[in-house]
Write a protein that binds this ligand. Structure first.
Ligand code: RB5
Length: 141
């Protein structure tokens, strides 16, 4: 299952992401926010982080206006490796090198077409499992 959350700045892009996950038959849970009314991004970052850390979700997706607020908030939780991506190269590299378990996107920064390409790359790239990358991740644990 993929846990998805956003604030009002990411609400529109979250709709695009959820449509994509449905179309691909990927199981997800929408942790809100559920309207375009102003909402506090740390609340949704916490819900998605907890879903990933508890094992309820394998990975998470967080969206706010810039993607920065949700990524800062999510990375406060030990075991969360949240990567803010605005390009496909970074999306692949953060899976292969950092084994990122949460993807952050900026709904006011990244258009829907590019966001879906980033998401697809991030979902379909496995961790390299190379010793140097395992070691670096362990150093942050
Ligand atoms: C909300 O206005 C905005 O601050 C938020 O979506 C996000 O960009 C914060 O980092």
């Amino acid at each position: 299952m993929i846990a998805v959350g956003c604030d009002h700045g990411g609400f529109a892009l979250k709709g695009v992401i959820l449509d994509y996950l449905k179309e691909k038959n990927l199981e997800y849970k929408d942790f809100g926010t559920y309207t375009a009314e102003s909402a506090d991004y740390p609340v949704y970052a916490e819900k998605v982080a907890e879903a990933v850390l508890s094992g309820e979700a394998e990975r998470g997706i967080l969206i706010c206006g810039t993607g920065i607020g949700v990524s800062i908030a999510a990375n406060r939780y030990k075991g969360i490796r949240c990567a803010l991506c605005g390009d496909v190269f970074s999306a692949k590299a953060t899976r292969a090198h950092n084994d990122s378990n949460v993807l952050a996107l900026g709904g006011r920064v990244t258009g829907p077409g590019l966001a879906l390409e980033i998401l697809e790359a991030w979902l379909n790239t496995e961790f390299s499992n190379e010793e140097r990358h395992q070691r670096r991740i362990y150093m942050m644990s």
